[in-house]
Every structure is written in structure tokens, then in C-alpha cells.
Ligand binder design. Structure first.
Ligand SMILES: Cc1cc2nc3c(=O)[nH]c(=O)nc-3n(C[C@H](O)[C@H](O)[C@H](O)COP(=O)(O)OP(=O)(O)OC[C@H]3O[C@@H](n4cnc5c(N)ncnc54)[C@H](O)[C@@H]3O)c2cc1C
Ligand code: SF4
Length: 331
């Protein structure tokens, strides 16, 4: 499958990138420009003609958006930092282990060398009816997410349920991460849980003239135990079909604080509401871990967007959550 024709824009500074976005982001056509970082998701999608932008803005050469730094009491990660750098960062492994664990499960080593944290956060939602070639999609009459007006997964409905399938966002949600977004009119900072909309098409709150520049991890969640578990078909190189991140801090054997988030079973990665309250002040045992697993399974709303059945994926959220909670609470 060949790439569609486009013009490549190659800024070397953030200012240059923003002025190119200001000139090409809005042309009356919201998709006139697409940002590429590592390209590990965008390029295959462009080959499938899911995106046919007039311009591609290659931000890889913006050095100021790379690297992991202690910033005050927290940690700042540039959006162009590779997943490999995150996986091997001593600082992150020591202070935010759930993030290094989640990053280490993304795709394969080669894709992690190219793939960036910004690209992982901004990853498009996925569906069996969408991540296909143009010929395949045409044969099925297209769908709401691209070029059509019906959903094959939830026929009769008017919205898209494609699943958000990134591995690091649930870990970042547990860590209370914030992201910085730059646009020609300045910088804004947003808690990550406010970035996702829950809609499979317009899945993130990002204007065509904006880009994600940094991720901030607060001191308040540093040094928590962290566990990430994911279900995938091929262990060596696959998107999650269900994923769960857990962070936990204990004091004298009791849970002082804990947060859980799931991925790949809804159109957005989600924090599990009520899980922190359920765990707070308790000693974790099988029954409590199972109750948290049940809560996570209730939050998961998988549909037939992937190769494994929704029932199995929901069940695996329950099982993985229980195991992850027990692992996070073990000495
Ligand atoms: C075979 C295969 C297996 C994979 N398995 C996994 C997996 O297990 N887990 C997983 O999470 N991912 C997986 N991926 C997807 C991908 O490799 C990763 O998500 C990676 O982190 C994407 O980062 P990137 O820099 O390559 O993004 P790109 O492909 O460059 O971009 C992805 C999207 O984000 C946008 N974007 C990128 N950077 C920014 C930015 N700074 N600001 C605004 N928008 C931006 C792009 O416009 C595009 O829409 C897989 C991909 C392949 C091909
Ligand atoms: S969930 Fe429905 S609308 Fe969305 S990509 Fe799948 S088939 Fe298309």
C-alpha cells in the first residue's frame, strides 16, 4: 500500500512548528495538516488511506521536546521522548515504575525506539472495521469514523466506539499526569484525564493547530508501587486488547492511597471511579482485590472492535485487575 501524496514540513524549533501549524492547520479543511512524531501509527494509517493530509508536519527534529528531567519536585518528559528512553530511564523506574512497565509493553523494541510518548498519548482509536485498507473499508460501505454514516459494531447508533489502545495513558492517569499543549496562541496545561472525550472519532481535545509538548508527573504520586498488565494476541508485538494500570502506596500494611485505570476497552483510557475509596485504609486480601476487579469490569465497555470477544476482554479486565492489585500490595 503506497502513501498518499503530501508535502513534508520539517521544523527544527517549536516556534517554527507552531507558525507552520498556524499557516497550515486551518485551511477550511480540518485535516490539511497531520503531525508525525515516530510515525509508527500514523504512517501505516496513511498507507491505509485513513488520513490523506495535504501537509505532514514532522516534529522529530525539535530537540527541545526530547528528554526526561527532574523539574522542581516532579518530572517533566518531552513529547518526543522515545518509549525506549522511558523504559530504560533509571529516574522513572525508581520513582514512577508503572510508567516504565507500561512503556516496556508497547509493540516491539524497534517500534519503541521510534515511537514517542506524545504519539502514544495522541494515538488514534482502533477498530476491526476501521484499521483496514481502503478497498476493504469500501467493500463494507465505510463507517462513521471515516467516510460513512453507520456503525458496524453498534448498528442503529450514531456514535463510534473504536477503542483507545495506548499502553502508557492508563499509567499516566494513575500518576495524575498533566500534559502541556502548545498552539500559536500560547501554552496550556491540562490534566490528562480531561484530554480524552470518550468519543471514538473526536477522541482527544486537540485542535488541528495544536501539539502536545510535554508530560508532567507530580511529586505526589512518586514512589508508589506500580503494576501494568495487558491482554494481547501476540506477546511480542501487539496493541492491548485490555489493559490495567495500578499504583498503590501503603502504610503499615494498609493502603494509604491507590488509583487504577484501564485501557483498550472503551473509546478513552479511564480511571476506575470508586476504586481508591474501596481500597483506602484496608489491608489487601483476595476478597478485596476481587471486589476491585469487579468494579473495573463494570467500567469496561468493550464491544466487537477487536479480534477477541467483548465478554473475554471484560473478564480479563476483572482477572488482571485482581492480580495487579494483589501484586501491588505484595511485599
Ligand atoms: C505492529 C504495531 C504494534 C503496536 N503495538 C502497540 C502497543 O502494544 N501499544 C501501544 O500503545 N501502541 C502500539 N502501537 C502504536 C505505536 O507504535 C505507539 O502507540 C507509539 O507510541 C506511537 O508513537 P509515534 O511517535 O510513533 O506516533 P505517530 O505515529 O507519529 O503519531 C500517532 C498519532 O499521534 C499524533 N501525534 C504524535 N505526536 C504528537 C504530538 N506531540 N502532538 C500532537 N499529536 C501528536 C499524530 O498526528 C498521530 O495522530 C503499535 C504499532 C504497530 C505498527
Ligand atoms: S466502532 Fe463503529 S463507527 Fe467506530 S470504527 Fe468501528 S465500525 Fe466504525
Amino acid at each position: 500500500m503506497s502513501l498518499p501524496q503530501f508535502r513534508l514540513l520539517r521544523p527544527h524549533t517549536l516556534d517554527e512548528a507552531l507558525s507552520l501549524l498556524a499557516n497550515h492547520g486551518y485551511q477550511g479543511d480540518l485535516h490539511s495538516v497531520r503531525i508525525v512524531a515516530g510515525g509508527t501509527d500514523l504512517i501505516p494509517s496513511m498507507r491505509q488511506k485513513l488520513f490523506e493530509p495535504q501537509y505532514v508536519l514532522d516534529i522529530r527534529h525539535i530537540a527541545e521536546l526530547k528528554g526526561i528531567q527532574q523539574q522542581g519536585t516532579g518530572v517533566e518528559i518531552g513529547a518526543l521522548t522515545s518509549l525506549t528512553s522511558i523504559e530504560h530511564s533509571d529516574l522513572l523506574r525508581r520513582r514512577y515504575p508503572v510508567l516504565t512497565e507500561a512503556a516496556a509493553t508497547v509493540a516491539s523494541p524497534l517500534l519503541r525506539n521510534m515511537g514517542t510518548i506524545g504519539g502514544n498519548i495522541c494515538l488514534d482509536t482502533r477498530c476491526l472495521w476501521y484499521n483496514q485498507s481502503l478497498t476493504w473499508r469500501k467493500g463494507c460501505g465505510f463507517c462513521i469514523k471515516k467516510d460513512g454514516d453507520l456503525c458496524h459494531v453498534a448498528p442503529g447508533g450514531t456514535r463510534c466506539w473504536a477503542a483507545f489502545s495506548g499502553d502508557t495513558p492508563p499509567a499516566l492517569l494513575c500518576l495524575n499526569a498533566e500534559i502541556e499543549i502548545a498552539s500559536p496562541s500560547g501554552l496550556r496545561r491540562l490534566p490528562l484525564h480531561e484530554f480524552y472525550t470518550g468519543d471514538g472519532v473526536a477522541y482527544r481535545k486537540l485542535q488541528p493547530n495544536e501539539l502536545v509538548t510535554r508530560v508532567f508527573l507530580p511529586e505526589s504520586t512518586a514512589d508508589y508501587r506500580g503494576i501494568y498488565r495487558k491482554l494481547r494476541v501476540r506477546g511480542s508485538i501487539d496493541y492491548p486488547l485490555a489493559g490495567i494500570a495500578v499504583v498503590m502506596k501503603r502504610s503499615n500494611g494498609h493502603v494509604a492511597d491507590a488509583r487504577l485505570a484501564i485501557t483498550a476497552v472503551n473509546p478513552a483510557p479511564l480511571l476506575i471511579k470508586g476504586a481508591s475509596e474501596l481500597l483506602a485504609g484496608k489491608i489487601v486480601d483476595e476478597a478485596l482485590a476481587e471486589a476491585v476487579g469487579n468494579l473495573a469490569a463494570k467500567t469496561a465497555k468493550p464491544l466487537t472492535t477487536s479480534a477477541l470477544t467483548p465478554e473475554y476482554r471484560r473478564e480479563m479486565i476483572r482477572v488482571f485487575t485482581k492480580r495487579a492489585v494483589l501484586a501491588a500490595a505484595s511485599n
